[in-house]
Design a binder for this molecule. Structure first.
Ligand SMILES: Cc1cc2nc3c(=O)[nH]c(=O)nc-3n(C[C@H](O)[C@H](O)[C@H](O)COP(=O)(O)OP(=O)(O)OC[C@H]3O[C@@H](n4cnc5c(N)ncnc54)[C@H](O)[C@@H]3O)c2cc1C
Ligand code: FES
Length: 284
């Protein structure tokens, strides 16, 4: 993990409100693991004061003859514009200076090659699943179940298909793919593939529904959580979630930024519907 002062290579809107940013990132191809994230900061910009966490969508290399730069590695992040930080980010252009702290956190355990792998992505939760899919397709059959409210929330699915992943799209308004919730598709797939392992990232109601389904089908589940994060390195405790066995008398908290963002489902306390201690403190 290091702080990297670097530049934006490109920043494009890929769907209304969703942007894809390529950032020069020497060293990331060896250092980063699927499911990890970066704390991103716009250099010379105040506010926002705090860095913002973003999953690493993909690590890649520019062609050797491209420009005259010594380091050719880049990372891509995909972000949804929701507040002050992401509003500033959408205005960045090629060559603008930015800072990355990372790669951070504990990513996915790709496990053994046996059995089907089912990835469940809700909206922007799709981001950390791409580099996971890149690894899993080398040994396993991989299916992506992608859900969103409308067709605008369905992003980069064709890129998963190019990896050899079978994809299933559902939207709540029926504007793309099957109408309804992605969890309905998950139940159907688990009826068919009861030995599957499931990997999920998305909004908390989706994650909780996926957890209940996986418990019922007795299949292993890993979830990538989003919590409000101020530091990203375990120092501020703004990102804690309740861990397995948590109680008032014996509290057990885990930092999402260091113990996660990816957790095996059984390591978390699901007894209360709100496992996250999210305070609505964005915008600093
Ligand atoms: C590990 C991790 C990975 C993430 N990966 C991505 C990603 O790949 N793409 C992406 O678009 N977003 C991702 N996020 C969420 C992203 O960090 C926030 O959307 C971003 O920080 C918002 O910044 P802002 O200044 O634009 O909004 P703010 O002005 O800070 O907040 C706007 C609204 O968004 C809410 N919000 C802010 N941060 C979060 C959060 N972390 N979780 C839930 N709600 C939040 C606030 O409560 C507020 O209501 C990730 C978060 C985490 C913890
Ligand atoms: S974000 Fe500071 S401890 Fe996790």
């Amino acid at each position: 993990m290091k702080n990297l002062k670097t530049i934006v290579l490109s920043n494009q809107e890929i769907s209304p409100g969703y942007f894809r940013m390529k950032i020069l990132a020497p060293g990331y191809s060896n250092a980063s693991h699927p499911g990890q994230f970066v704390m991103f900061r716009v250099q010379r910009s105040l506010p926002p004061l705090l860095r913002r966490p973003f999953g690493i969508f993909r690590v890649g290399f520019m062609p050797a003859d491209c420009d005259n730069m010594a380091a050719k590695e880049f990372i891509e992040i995909i972000y949804k514009v929701v507040g002050s930080g992401t509003e500033i980010m959408q205005g960045l252009h090629q060559g603008d200076p930015v800072e990355l702290l990372g790669p951070l956190g504990t990513g996915f355990d790709c496990g053994d090659a046996a059995g089907e792998k089912i990835l469940v992505g809700g909206g922007i939760g799709l981001v950390p699943l791409y580099s996971l899919a890149e690894q899993l397709v080398q040994t396993s059959r991989v299916r992506l179940l992608m859900g969103g409210r409308t067709r605008d929330d369905i992003i980069t699915v064709t890129e998963f298909e190019r990896l050899g992943v079978e994809t299933y799209v559902s939207t709540e308004d029926g504007s793309l793919g099957e109408e309804g919730l992605v969890t309905r598709v998950l139940e159907r797939k688990l009826d068919k593939y009861p030995d599957a392992s499931v990997f999920a990232c998305g909004p908390m109601p989706m994650i909780e529904a996926v957890q209940k389904i996986c418990l019922r089908y007795e299949v292993p589940l890993q979830v990538s959580l989003e919590a409000l994060m101020a530091c990203g390195v375990g120092a501020c405790l703004s990102c804690v979630v309740k861990g397995e066995g948590h109680s008032e008398s014996e509290p057990h908290y885990l930092c999402t930024c260091t113990s996660g963002p990816v957790f095996a489902a059984e390591k978390l306390d699901w007894t209360h519907s709100e496992i996250k201690m999210v305070k609505n403190g964005g915008g600093k």
